[in-house]
Write a protein that binds this ligand. Sequence first.
Ligand code: BDP
Length: 603
Amino acid sequence: MLNYSLLYPINNEKRNSIRLDGMWRFKIDFEDGSDYSKGLCDYDYIPVPASFQDFYTDKRIREFAGNVWYENMVFVPSYMKGDKVYIRFSAATHRAKVYLNGEEVFENEGGFLPFLVDITDKARYGEENQLVVMVNNELTETNIPCGRTITLKNGAKMNKPYFDFYNYSGLQRSVYLISVPKSEIFDINLSYKVFDKKAEITYSIITKGIGEINLTLLDGDGNIASKADCCEGVINLDNPHLWDVGSPYLYKLIVEFKDGEALLDKYSLDIGIREVKIKGESILLNNRPVYLKGFGKHEDSDIVGRGFNIGVMKRDFELMKWIGANSFRTSHYPYDEEIYRMADREGILIIDEVPAVGLFESLVNFLDAGTGKGAKSFFSKPTTPMLLKAHLKAVEEMIARDKNHPSVIAWSLLNEPESTDPNSVPYFEKLFERSHELDPQKRPRTFAMESNSSPSRCLCHHLSDFISLNRYYGWYIMGGYEISDAKEKFIKEMDEWKSLDLNKPFVFTEYGADTLSSLNKLPSVMWSNEYQREVLEMLHSVFDSYSFVKGEQIWNFADFQTTEGLMRVDGNKKGVFTRQRQPKEVAYLLKERWENLPRDYKG
Ligand code: BDP
């Protein structure tokens, strides 16, 4: 159980939240092991939020593996005295130690979810407080995402990710100073049932302290739609205005925690009334089938790397709407909270993925995954119990943080793990059970499967509520002039899935081809715009011929940065858009296709 609340920070008459973003003092520990907990010396200034890697001209900084230190002076106002006071880190990648006024106050493992540092009894109120954070970005096999750290002959450490995106790190999301009342609204659980002209909202409010709960539900015009005065119960709504894909109607839920007339705490959040279900081969939203069209994405842009960039977020949603997409997967880690809030407002569906990538020991997993090479019984190592612990922690934090977003329709619990290892089965079972237990809405769960996880070899697909396939026929498998064989091989695999008669929807969570936006070639060659089009046309024709295929999320929304290497020319170029968010030629093909596919395509 989390001992702090992951409700999004808000301001109201009972709660304060101050963003500490801006220029922070910054120091890289090239000596490896220095202690700056009492304050940095010879420091630089760096923006927060941002990845630290792409600002500098020195390659040793970009490739740095180890500890980096941040420092900021935080004024804690006297009006916060008497409340619980926290520093809320929206993420610190991949682990952090936090010091307040020279004293260690917290340690966190995991780089993509928030953690709260309780400074109630340690803060100096009405004064500036020295906040120092040590962030470590070394990859291990005991934390997710997985990788290892090596030491070069010159003594420098180097990260070796088992995954295909740059190991950007640092304070990549906002940091807040927040205060909440000691008698606190700690958590809000909501689930929905949608009937013809009726909806049922089941709620349970978790509090710290003694008092009564008052709930008010406001419609989009601010009129009262319903009221309740219990900490758990059911609200029945007649003629509800549902939240739906492309039609994102939001109600506001106001929760008041009271002791008689005295207001102890108050929290309000925008909610969308909608129900997600898997029925047979269909994904149902509000009891109507929906076909997923969209992308696997990354948080990745020029200069700030994986740092949250509000402008890039806006542009990405505009492009998704322009192209006719209705969904994306937060490959390969939970994204910044603002992105889910935006998806709630835009009516875009999210498959929310925990940072469990690289659970397949290979430095070129995108190649080895397809061939079975590199498979080394990943889940049979002495480190597996520790890995599982970190994994379950991330699942718990992700669900606690994201469960109230109407946009989140499913949980992806792993990306391309070695699900052919017999020891993967008990490991996966624990993840699937735990996520079900934690989610009041019991959303569908899945994991994205690489080609080695074939119909005959994958030992875990029975756990998925819908099957997610990452497939690169026409690229890693028989690319170029062999594309006709790739198509046959793909059909053969799909026929094998069909013969298993799983009675579940299938979604392609990855497919695509690397493409240089500047390269046109007639006839096509691999990497050209023409070839990207051919691959998509071939794959789409196969998707269209299987009734159980209920979604396509192309890899990737935009070109993104990876580790340098023979296979990557300044990053992965499978984007439909460039890294600068301009369309490649294939964007027009997808726009034409997606705008014409009905919402309930194939039912
Ligand atoms: C898959 C991975 C993804 C890679 C992609 C690729 O899930 O992270 O970027 O292939 O190779 O293996 O482009």
